[in-house]
Each structure stands twice: as structure tokens, then as C-alpha cells.
Design a protein around this ligand. Structure first.
Ligand SMILES: Nc1ncnc2c1ncn2[C@@H]1O[C@H](COP(=O)(O)OP(=O)(O)O)[C@@H](O)[C@H]1O
Ligand SMILES: [Mg+2]
Length: 395
């Protein structure tokens, strides 16, 4: 049970730090870093309970080969991590080669590079929130005192994770309610107007169309909001694979081509001849591209142009979506990636939720990439995204 003083001091410092971190991604990375330091391990993994899946999923891992293949997938209860989550008790495997327990020998999650491990449950309010696992002690063997220290860390980490989820949900719900008020108020106003007897048939038709528009907006708001809140609270999991950016851009532009034609916009693609391969979650990256293309077409006028460019080297890949549409006023530029933000000039003229770019920026951030915007009113906008080729440390 001996825990040396230095470890205790570290734990105290950490608990303060964890308690003040409300961003779930940053929090989990901190927890993994600290777990690795305290136990002198090579790397760490964090699994979190996912309500939609009814079990734990791998949320983050540092430095582990092959772990990407299981990112985001369900962890069955006949794996070490699964069992620790189910039973709420820590587990130590000092030497994997010599461990004959079936749960260890049959664990599908343990690649051959893993020699030893400790898994501890993240328990807050008597509920298992997830599992923290460290692998491969750098010197010597994992012992009970490592388990003790990680158990103390896990207890603090679980509270911090729970706080961060609650905080983000409360924050998001406030904002959602605020956003719901506007369309609801206009629907109410229109229904009052519809009751008047002196309306022409044409006016009546117009009013009912306005109601339909507002309801569509509410519907879009609901689905974008769900997507955004899942991203924000870390409940949306990412599955990384090797993907070709050029192919993704081609496919997205094919999807949006009919919409562009309908709006009188010319959509073109300038791609290098070679593939631009990188690690990422293909569906999420497609979502980013489609969001950007949608905006470039929407905030534009007939006769306008949208061009996609792409590039890459051994470190990163990138692409830009450039349009010659209405542009964004300078005072709005710093805010366009904020949730629910829409430039003042466009509120009435173009329907939208103000969530598209915040979803994009969150996805890019989770990939360890960057998103930037340059724009000039009436001249157009360019959104530029760069992503690391090797996302292992991020996703
Ligand atoms: N290509 C673009 N051209 C001009 N303005 C844009 C463009 N893309 C985004 N914007 C501005 O950024 C705001 C936020 O965009 P977004 O998050 O996609 O929400 P939405 O499109 O639903 O309004 C938009 O309301 C608009 O003011
Ligand atoms: Mg949009």
C-alpha cells in the first residue's frame, strides 16, 4: 500500500488541474499523460462509457500500434478492459506471456507489443464511467503500489470527466433553448396573422409557406444540434483508417454538383495527380467538406464559382474551398466557428443554423488539424484545412 511522497504530491497537483479542466478532450489527454508518468508506463488508453452503445468504447490512446483499428468500436466484456468496466475492480497483468487467465489469453484487444498492463475503473457516483489502462512498464514490473496510485488518479479523473460532461450539456441546453425561441416566436406570430379574416388567398399561402420554412429550420437545428452536442461532450466516437483526400474531395463534389448547377454555380476541382493519403475518420471528413461546399454554394449568387484545391507532403495534407460569393464582414470573421453564430447581414436572406462551421472545426480539431478562413465582403471567402498525415496521437 506504500505510495511514495512524490507521487502523492503529484496527485494533489493533478487533482486541482483536472478539476479546472472542462474540455473533455484536453482532460482525457492530461489524464493519460499523468497515468503514464505516475506508473512509468509506455502508454495509456482511456475507454469511456457510451450510452448509445450500452458499453465502453476506446476514446483515446497514446503511442499504441494497432489501437486505431479498435477506436470507437464496442469493447466486449470478455476483454480485460470490458471486465474491469463490468466489475468495477482494477486488474493487473505483470507479465502477459506468463499469465494463463482466460480473460488475458483470449483478449482480442491486446496486440503482441503489449507486455504488461494495469486497468482501473473510472468510477464516479457509484457508476463506472470508463476504464483507464496503462501498458508496458518501462523498468521492472507493475506492482500493487502502481495500482493504488492509479486508483486514486482514476477516482479524480472520473469526477472530472463527469463534471465536464455535465457542464457541457448544461451550457449547450441553454443555448439550444435560446435558439428555439426565434423560430417558435415567428410560428406563433404567423398563426395569429392567419386567423385574420381579411387575408387574400395569396397571403394565406405565403403564411403557410413561412410556417413550413420555420419548421424545416427547427428540424435542421435539432439534427445539427444533436450532432454538435455529441461531438462536444465526447460521445461521438471516431474510427480512423487510411483515406485518400483526393478521392474524398472528388466524391463530395460529385454529391454537391447538382445543387451547384441548380444555383447557377460552377463547381471545379484542382487536384494533384497522386493520391493524398492520411489517417482520419472518412465519414467525418466528408461531413466537413460537404459543409464547406454547402456554404460556398449557399452564400453565393448565380454565375458564381466554387473551387476546391488540394495538396500534401509527408507530414500533412490540406485543401481549400474558395468561393467568389457574398464574403464575410471583418467584424464577423473571428466568430464564424462559434456555435450558433451567423453573420448579421445574412440572417434573413439565407436559412441556416450557425452550427455547420462549429461542427467542422470540432472534427478538424479532433484530427489534430487546423481550419482557417480568409474573406472579403462581395469578393468571396476561402476556407483552408490542414490535417496531419499521421493522426495516431490525436484520434
Ligand atoms: N462561404 C461563405 N461565404 C460567406 N459567409 C459564410 C460562408 N461560410 C460561412 N459563412 C458565414 O458563417 C456563418 C456560420 O456558418 P455555418 O456555421 O455553416 O452556419 P449556417 O450556414 O447554418 O449559417 C454563416 O451564417 C455565414 O454568415
Ligand atoms: Mg452552413
Amino acid at each position: 500500500m506504500a505510495t511514495d511522497n512524490q507521487q502523492f504530491k503529484q496527485l494533489l497537483d493533478i487533482s486541482r488541474d483536472l478539476a479546472s479542466t472542462l474540455d473533455l478532450d484536453i482532460l482525457l489527454r492530461k489524464i493519460m499523460r499523468v497515468a503514464v508518468n505516475l506508473s512509468n508506463a509506455e502508454s495509456a488508453l482511456v475507454f469511456l462509457f457510451d450510452e448509445t452503445k450500452g458499453g465502453i468504447v476506446l476514446q483515446f490512446s497514446s503511442n499504441i500500434q494497432n489501437s486505431r483499428t479498435i477506436l470507437g468500436s464496442d469493447i466486449s466484456s470478455d476483454s480485460v478492459a470490458g471486465q474491469v468496466a463490468a466489475q468495477g475492480k482494477p486488474m493487473i497483468v505483470t507479465e502477459i506471456n506468463q499469465d494463463q487467465r482466460p480473460i488475458v489469453t483470449a483478449d482480442p484487444l491486446l496486440p503482441p507489443t503489449i507486455r504488461s498492463l494495469i486497468a482501473v475503473p473510472l468510477v464516479a457516483k457509484d457508476k463506472v464511467q470508463g476504464v483507464l489502462q496503462v501498458v508496458n512498464k518501462k523498468q521492472g514490473l507493475f506492482n500493487d503500489s502502481d495500482v493504488d496510485v492509479l486508483t486514486v488518479l482514476a477516482a479524480q479523473a472520473a469526477i472530472a470527466v463527469e463534471n465536464s460532461r455535465l457542464y457541457q450539456q448544461a451550457d449547450l441546453i441553454n443555448e439550444l433553448v435560446h435558439e428555439l425561441r426565434t423560430p417558435l416566436a415567428s410560428i406563433l406570430t404567423i398563426t395569429y396573422l392567419l386567423k385574420r379574416s381579411d387575408l387574400t388567398e395569396e397571403q394565406r399561402l405565403q403564411f403557410t409557406e413561412s410556417i413550413a420554412d420555420e419548421v424545416t429550420r427547427l428540424n435542421n437545428l435539432a439534427s445539427s444540434y444533436l450532432e454538435y452536442s455529441r461531438l462536444e461532450t465526447g460521445r461521438l466516437t471516431f474510427t480512423a483508417s487510411l483515406i485518400d483526400l483526393a478521392a474524398v474531395l472528388q466524391e463530395c463534389s460529385r454529391i454537391l454538383q447538382p445543387k451547384a448547377r441548380e444555383a447557377g454555380i460552377q463547381l471545379t476541382l484542382s487536384l494533384p495527380d497522386r493520391p493524398l493519403t492520411f489517417e482520419g475518420d472518412e465519414n467525418k471528413i466528408k461531413q466537413v467538406v460537404i459543409n464547406l461546399l454547402n456554404n460556398a454554394i449557399k452564400y453565393n449568387s448565380p454565375g458564381g464559382h466554387v473551387n476546391i484545391d488540394a495538396w500534401g507532403d509527408s507530414q500533412k495534407v490540406g485543401f481549400s474551398v474558395q468561393d467568389d460569393g457574398i464574403g464575410i464582414p471583418e467584424e464577423d470573421l473571428p466568430h464564424v466557428f462559434e456555435k450558433f453564430y451567423r453573420a448579421a447581414q445574412i440572417q434573413e436572406a439565407y436559412p441556416g443554423t450557425g452550427l455547420g462551421l462549429s461542427i467542422c472545426s470540432r472534427i478538424v480539431e479532433i484530427h489534430g488539424g487546423t481550419i482557417r478562413v480568409q474573406s472579403q465582403v462581395k469578393a468571396g471567402s476561402t476556407f483552408t484545412i490542414e490535417l496531419p498525415v499521421c493522426a495516431r496521437d490525436y484520434i
